[in-house]
Design a protein around this ligand. Structure first.
Ligand code: FE
Ligand code: FE
Ligand code: ZN
Length: 290
């Protein structure tokens, strides 16, 4: 089944998001766990969560993808920045225990001049502490945590598959005992990998093969489906509407139909309002081959 949806505003709660998804032809959605610039999350509304779970079950909605705030930087140079990242991450994982089967996507961070090696070390050690704290609080970790592929803007980590793999390996090497089974995944953003220099328009098979060789396709859990306002390897990260950017509709059609990708959930993060998303979803359903 084609799992397609988009980023939605979380301001009305889970049930409202699911209803909005259905109204635009979506069966998955992404949302920010809190203001994308940081700050406190709203307390969990247990009635809303219960209503959502029933509605999602009945309407075949999911998996839902929670997105961490952009300001979360586990690789920051300042302790204050790293502490905020860790505290937010643990809080989000605790909250996501209310919606089992959700995934949590985050930007690996920016090393802000400390170097990628130190950045990878900081992110991995934070993830180990985060999983331990989440397990201590909830007795389990039900949420799959995803590292997002990044465009390589500034000192962003995750600019290539090797950096993601390094974070995954370093993190999992330190997960012992109750946490030994916890596995990290990856969310591939089509705009970001394109901007990062992976030619998904000219050689999609080659990029997928590269991902499989470096990270392993079993790690790939979600796709952010975006066109890009910039040419290959621009390292800019400006999303375009599907078919209105440098990647193009034909290449993105190949992405949603590729045998290794087609069963993954696709989340649009294009510059659209709800009506725009509805139209993109309808267009993509038209491009989807049975
Ligand atoms: Fe993102
Ligand atoms: Fe993205
Ligand atoms: Zn982006």
């Amino acid at each position: 089944m084609f799992k397609i949806g988009c980023h939605l505003s979380a301001s009305g709660g889970y049930t409202a998001m699911a209803q909005t998804a259905v109204s635009i032809g979506a069966n998955v959605f992404q949302f920010f766990t809190r203001n994308p610039r940081g700050g406190m999350a709203k307390p969990i509304d247990k009635k809303d969560v219960a209503d959502f779970l029933a509605y999602a079950e009945k309407n075949g909605i999911g998996p839902i993808l929670a997105h961490a705030p952009y300001t979360l930087n586990a690789a920051g140079a300042e302790q204050r920045v790293r502490d905020f990242a860790e505290m937010t991450f643990v809080d989000d994982l605790k909250r996501l225990e209310w919606t089992p089967g959700a995934m949590y996507n985050f930007h690996p961070g920016s090393h802000v001049g400390q170097g990628a090696e130190i950045g990878v070390e900081l992110v991995s050690s934070m993830l180990q502490r985060v999983f331990a704290a989440a397990f201590a609080a909830s007795g389990k970790v039900s949420t799959t945590v995803l590292l997002e592929t990044m465009a390589g803007k500034g000192s962003e980590l995750g600019r290539n598959f090797e950096e993601l793999k390094a974070i995954i390996d370093k993190t999992e090497a330190g997960l012992k005992g109750d946490l030994a089974g916890v596995r990290l995944g990856v969310c591939l953003d089509t705009c970001h990998v394109w901007d990062g220099g992976y030619d998904i328009a000219g050689d999609l098979d080659g990029v997928i093969k590269r991902f499989d060789d470096v990270v392993g396709l079993d790690r790939l859990k979600a796709i952010h489906l975006n066109d890009s306002m910039n040419p290959l390897a621009a390292h800019k990260d400006r999303h375009a509407k599907i078919g209105k950017g440098h990647i193009g509709a034909a290449a993105l059609s190949a992405v949603i139909n590729h045998p290794e990708l087609r069963d993954l959930p696709f989340y649009l993060e294009t510059p659209c309002d709800l009506q725009g998303y509805k139209e993109e979803i309808a267009m993509l359903k038209g491009m989807r081959k049975e």
